[in-house]
Design a protein around this ligand. Sequence first.
Ligand code: AMP
Length: 187
Amino acid sequence: MRLVLVGPPGAGKGTQSEWLADFLSVPHLSTGDMLREAVGEGTALGKMADEKISQGQLVPDQLVTDLVGERIQKPDCESGFLLDGFPRNVQQAQLLGQLLAESKTSLDLVLEIKLGEKVLTQRLLQRGRSDDTVEVMRERFTVYETETVPLLEFYRDQGVLHSIEGDATREEVSQRIRGIIDAVTSD
Ligand code: AMP
């Protein structure tokens, strides 16, 4: 299954991705993790990513898409993948669509985890990552609203978008995701 997980920062994408990738037997591809890895390695991409991440802004579309494009061509992605944090805007979605079309595939499901800003802020402050300060968080929410929300419309039009409410326990959210997966795979 080729799946994308979308949600505001702090909605639980990373946490849910872990069991879900395992459950579907597909690799979990987090662009945030890939970029943080590049930052740790101090590559040219890492230096550019570091600046954007610490400001809560997006790394340029083509750079992130190249990273993903390279990764999904590896043999372990042949029967599917779970993308976490990518695409983040319509431009990235279009680039991804082109990549997939070249290999005559497409996305099976885009899953949105919905959550209000109040709960998200509380969760993020508990997480304590270096880009989880109040100021950077505000910027990440703004970027989500302006860049990522239009992406939902794009995928709704394609008929692949399914949404769940994320304001529940981790287990309950997992159950809701299971429900969607079951419905999609039984189609
Ligand atoms: P995440 O771990 O998904 O919350 O991502 C952390 C940060 O990495 C984001 O705030 C962006 O600066 C950057 N990032 C992650 N994924 C993308 C993407 N698809 N496009 C652009 N920037 C990204």
